[in-house]
Design a protein around this ligand. Structure first.
Ligand code: ATP
Ligand code: MG
Length: 494
């Protein structure tokens, strides 16, 4: 079978950094080809080149035997290439149909023929199992539905090659299953898919072949059936990885105590997290996790009591809560965790720039910021290790490391951490797990909000299940089973 896409010796540099180094890659018609690699390995850069968002420095790409040099996503789309980005690109104020048609609107008289877009969308949705209401406003859709819109947008433009950059990173397990079903439908229709994921089980379930990138170079292309997660991990990281060890817990007094907490879409609920303990909040996305985080962080108004080490947080604002010893790693690193245009150095100082040692009598101590950033960048292995780079220039996983570094460096008494390893590669995830376990060993309290049951079982001492804003119950992790937690997540008594 001749390849749909042939990439030869593709190279891309950013200044002195070689993000892609003489990459060779083939994609067959109807093939699902996974792309694996550590954070910053060059996966998104590669895909951005194929989608016309970046231009290569050298090398060649051909599509169906014809030279392919997209100068913009428009060229890519015309050539039949569609992409769903790691961070979505839809316009929230517009409807589904408007977003899909944007830039390619069918005209009727002086207006746009949205009726025909809606009709076509309904056909595509049925064909690929991607149902969504074409008249819904994108702002009102869940992450999973937004992603469907992105995919439908690509097919509306007759994509033959679909690039999915970490499509499941933001999805619930159920939404991921629906996506996989859709990907199999694409494949049956001869559409080729490049699938980027850090989750090896997904790679194994979906792909026929897998290419591993390490620091911009291809270290191998393997037939998925003939490899193992251990081999893939070793190729990716260059060494074997051992799972984290969680010593038995010796919890102390409650450091975080929540009583009758109530907010929009939340509660009333109560729980405690003790010193030296990790309490996980499990649940299907959209069951009140964000409202809980907002209430604890002081972003939203809530009723009830939150006590940190016995001290009521009451109406304290965000900064005062941080001062009181509350650390926060929010779910959305780009929106709530970072100021993207600012350099890494400043992002690492955001939490406490107003006080010593970051500033003295209102004067910022920038040399301190620099040395502090230098230390954290090395400790957390942010790549590239450049404190001057704007956060926006870091790969997704490396952005997450910056947020974690800032919050952990403050050694908070209580850390509220949401989805800490979303988008992180295996090595980096293990590093984060060990950091959270260190915090626990140091007698701090960790509230872990996660959609990932593997993560929860690896870390938690107790598991609380959130369903429709209320706690279904709390179970010690030793006696919990996946099935039991899964049932509680669906609102059933275990
Ligand atoms: N616009 C840019 N300017 C400068 N450097 C960049 C730019 N885009 C990417 N890089 C760098 O290129 C390298 C590859 O980044 P890329 O986003 O492709 O990684 P990735 O494999 O997608 O990682 P992740 O799994 O974290 O998403 C990284 O070191 C990144 O910092
Ligand atoms: Mg990426």
């Amino acid at each position: 079978m001749s390849a749909l896409l042939e990439v030869r010796q593709l190279t891309k540099r950013f200044g002195t950094l070689t993000a892609l180094d003489h990459v060779d890659f083939d994609l067959l018609p109807g093939e699902v080809h996974a792309l694996l690699g550590e954070n910053g390995a060059g996966k998104s850069t590669f895909m951005n080149l194929l989608y016309g968002l970046l231009r290569p420095d050298s090398g060649s790409v051909s599509l169906e035997g014809v030279s392919y040099q997209p100068a913009s996503p428009k060229d890519a789309v015309l050539a039949g290439v569609g992409m769903v980005h790691q961070h979505f690109m839809l316009i929230p104020a517009l409807t589904v149909a408007e977003n899909v048609a944007l830039g390619d609107e069918p005209r009727r008289g002086f207006g746009i023929d949205l009726g025909s877009v809606e009709k076509k969308l309904a056909e595509l949705a049925a064909e690929y199992h991607l149902e969504v209401n074409p008249r819904a406003k994108v702002a009102d859709l869940s992450v999973g539905l937004r992603q469907r819109v992105e995919i439908l947008k690509a097919f509306y433009r007759r994509a033959r090659l679909l690039i999915l950059d970490e499509p499941t990173a933001l999805l619930t397990p159920q939404e991921s299953q629906q996506l996989f079903r859709a990907v199999r439908a694409f494949q049956e229709r001869g559409i080729s898919v490049i699938f980027i994921s850090h989750k090896l089980d997904e790679v194994q379930a979906l792909s026929g072949r897998v290419t591993v990138l390490r620091r911009g170079q291809v270290v191998g292309t393997l037939t998925t059936d003939q490899t193992s997660p251990a081999e893939l991990a070793r190729l990716m990281v260059g060494r074997s990885l051992a799972p984290p060890v969680r010593p038995p817990s010796r919890p102390g007094p409650a450091l975080l105590e929540v009583r009758d907490l109530q907010a929009q879409g939340l509660g009333p609920l109560g729980f405690q997290v003790r010193a030296g303990e990790i309490l996980a909040v499990a649940g299907v996305e959209g069951n009140g996790q964000e409202a809980l985080i907002a209430a604890l962080a002081g972003w939203s108004r809530s009723q009830g009591e939150v006590l940190l080490d016995g001290r009521p947080l009451g109406r304290l604002g965000v900064r005062a809560r941080a001062e009181a010893g509350l650390g926060l790693v929010p779910s959305d690193r780009q929106e709530d965790g970072l100021v993207l245009p600012l350099p890494v150095r400043d992002n690492l100082a955001l939490r406490a720039y107003h006080r010593p040692p970051y500033s003295h009598s209102g004067v910022l101590d920038l040399p301190y910021w620099a040395t502090h950033a230098e230390t954290l960048v090395r400790e957390f292995d942010v790549r590239p290790p450049d404190r001057r780079a704007p956060a926006a220039a870091l790969s997704g996983g490396n952005q997450q490391k910056v947020v974690l570094a800032r919050e952990l460096a403050a050694s908070p008494k209580v850390l509220v951490v949401s989805q800490p390893t979303r988008g992180l590669d295996i090595g980096a995830s293990q590093f984060v797990y060990s950091k959270l376990l260190d915090l626990r060993a140091a007698g701090k309290a960790v509230l872990l909000v996660s959609l990932d049951l593997d993560e929860i079982f690896a870390l938690a001492d107790r598991i609380a299940v959130l369903y429709r804003g209320r706690l279904m119950g709390t179970v010690p992790s030793e006696s919990a089973t996946r099935e039991g937690i899964g049932l509680m997540m669906l609102g059933q008594e275990a």
